[in-house]
Design a binder for this molecule. Structure first.
Ligand code: SF4
Length: 342
């Protein structure tokens, strides 16, 4: 049997219609599954008993098992979930400016191989199903008893490399009978999967963040291998075509690495590269981990980089890596617990 959360609202309406059930059944079901985060058909009390039996005989609602949590000093909570297949998914709840943001994973491991990233270092294992993406949020709501205000696809994996499952999850997150998230509350972060960026803009409304991290192809090729497939020119062209919501911009994430991409000249090239785009730039100091040679730049260098961008009218922020003390910071999600619990 398949998990019912692998189906979109429209797909369920279509399926049930053929069996003589009306659309309001799916509305009821979505309310239970997502608004109430219910994981048991038998508890959906305003749905007729007969229909509940039909659901339980034909579909499953699986759980992700919370095997560990870790709370950071800044309030960030990292979750380690065990899937039905015995592998592990990590998700994070991050408190920022009075809001709670849920950071979801889209894959187990990642094939993109960004050299500054802990997840990329372990290689690709598999795509997560739509229900496994949604269940991360559902389990975090059940655990913390609060619904996050924002969702970011910034956990393990390149979301656009698991395109169909991620897009379906976004549609369900935005469905008014379920979670009901506004498109402005959901951000998808990509390493620069240019052809899928264009497609994404056609299929759903969602805020876009791009992990850029270099201003020349030679440097980007070195630190983000996806650049060999989609070089900067191609990537920038795809961003220009991405449909922005009113008063929104594309977020450009730029991890500053000492001596590699953090000079004022790099900042000037970045200004050139971003011409014609509506963006804000988040500067993030590289988080040292493992045996990488990369180093974190000084705050003076970060401020000098920011100054060049700001002088050219580009909104530029220096971001903390929330949860850095529990390895939950961007680019540092890794199955550390797998070792612990295996
Ligand atoms: S930064 Fe993102 S895209 Fe790059 S390897 Fe890590 S998880 Fe994958």
């Amino acid at each position: 049997m398949e998990d019912i959360r692998n189906f979109s609202f429209e797909e369920l309406v279509e399926k049930f219609k053929k069996l003589g059930h009306q659309e309001f059944r799916v509305r009821q079901l979505f309310k239970w599954l997502y608004d109430k985060c219910c994981t048991d058909f038998s508890l959906m009390t305003d749905i007729s008993k007969q229909f509940r039996i039909f659901l339980s005989e034909n579909y499953e609602i699986n759980r992700l098992e919370v095997v560990d949590t870790l709370q950071s000093e800044d309030g960030t909570i990292k979750f380690l979930f065990k899937t039905q297949f015995g592998d592990y998914v990590e998700s994070v709840l991050i408190p920022i400016d009075g809001r709670i943001t849920a950071c979801l994973s889209s894959q187990i491991g990642c094939a993109m191989g960004c050299v500054f990233c802990n997840t990329g270092d372990r290689g690709f294992e598999r795509n997560l199903d739509t229900w496994e993406i949604l269940a991360q949020l559902i389990e975090m709501v059940i655990f913390s008893n609060q619904k996050p205000s924002n969702i970011v696809f910034m956990g393990m994996g390149e979301p656009l490399a698991n395109y169909n499952n991620v897009v379906k999850a976004i549609k369900i997150l935005e469905n008014k009978y379920g979670f009901g998230y506004s498109p402005r509350k959901i951000t998808l972060s990509t390493s620069g999967y240019a052809d899928k960026i264009e497609q994404l803009g056609k299929d759903v409304s969602v805020k876009l963040a791009v992990s850029l991290n270099a201003v020349t192809d030679s440097v980007r090729d070195k630190i983000m291998p996806i650049n060999k497939k989609y070089p900067l020119k191609t990537l920038m062209a795809s961003l220009k075509k991405y449909p922005l919501m009113k008063d929104e911009e594309i977020t450009i994430a730029y991890v500053l690495i000492e001596g590699l991409n953090d000079s004022p000249e790099d900042a000037k090239k970045l200004v050139e590269l971003l011409k014609g785009l509506t963006v804000k730039v988040n500067l993030i100091a590289y988080n040292c981990w493992g045996d990488r040679d990369f180093k974190t730049p000084s705050m003076a260098k970060i401020l000098a980089f920011q100054k060049v961008l700001k002088e050219q009218g580009i909104m530029t922020f220096i971001r903390d890596s929330k949860g850095a003390d529990i390895m939950a910071a961007c680019g540092q999600l890794r199955g550390e617990y797998e070792k612990k619990v295996s």
